[in-house]
Design a protein around this ligand. Structure first.
Ligand code: AMP
Length: 218
């Protein structure tokens, strides 16, 4: 599972990790954006909450995650969980859901807030496959996604107000998970500054280190 402030590069690193280890990338944000795109009644409700930078209810999120993790690919190969849990309640529900197993490792990508604010302001994303770009590293052709040809836009929840609210909620609801996972011996903190390739190397090193040590006992 990968933790970190909004804009710390979680999404980008999770996609890379899922390619590196050939395991599914399970992103609650991507699943919610797909619900919004479908235009369903649920999607419309979800969109209003996301656009304000608020968190969705724990039950609805964990129900969605449980369904996804029960699919054959996640059961067979494991998964990279991105954007969940975001609250202690979600972490408790996830732990109960995974019993008798547990997460192998929780990676906290550390990036100072001043850097995160800059990254979020320049973040652009593909509406179809969610690949992340930035104003300084755009797709090759005219804001068309290099991966799938979709349109690359600014996320609707990347407004100044929504960003402020998401960071506030991160500090209040999500940051306590750092100690929660540390106390369970599951946390690795990785410096998220610098080029994405360098950050990925640090994350892979942390994972390999954990693998060589074996899983912590409960
Ligand atoms: P993300 O793409 O991870 O930044 O998520 C985008 C938005 O989806 C968040 O700002 C929340 O509104 C919602 N969201 C995603 N994951 C969760 C979660 N685990 N719990 C509550 N809300 C979530």
């Amino acid at each position: 599972m990968v933790l970190g402030k909004q804009g710390a590069g979680k999404g980008t690193q999770c996609v890379r990790l899922s390619h590196h280890y050939v395991v599914p990338h399970v992103s609650t944000g991507d699943m919610l954006r797909a619900a919004v795109k479908s235009g369903s009644t649920l999607g419309l409700k979800v969109k209003a909450i996301m656009d304000r930078g608020e968190l969705l209810g724990d039950d609805i999120i964990m129900e969605m995650v449980a369904e996804r993790l029960a699919e054959p690919d996640a059961r067979a190969r494991g998964f990279i969980l991105d954007g969940c849990p975001r609250t202690t309640t979600q972490a408790e529900m996830l732990a109960a859901m995974l019993e008798p197993l547990q997460l192998d490792l929780v990676i906290d990508i550390e990036v100072p807030t001043s850097q995160v604010l800059k990254r979020l302001a320049s973040r652009r994303v593909c509406v179809d496959c969610n690949t992340n770009y930035s104003v300084s590293a755009p797709p090759r052709v005219n804001w068309t996604c290099d991966v799938c040809g979709g349109e690359v836009i600014q996320r609707e929840d990347d407004t100044e107000e929504a960003i402020r609210r998401r960071l506030e909620l991160y500090e209040r609801e999500t940051a306590p998970l750092i100690d929660w996972y540390r106390s369970r011996g599951l946390l690795a903190q990785v410096n998220g500054s610098g080029a994405p390739d360098a950050v990925l190397r640090r994350i892979v090193r942390a994972i390999e280190q954990r693998r060589s040590q074996g899983a912590p006992h409960r």
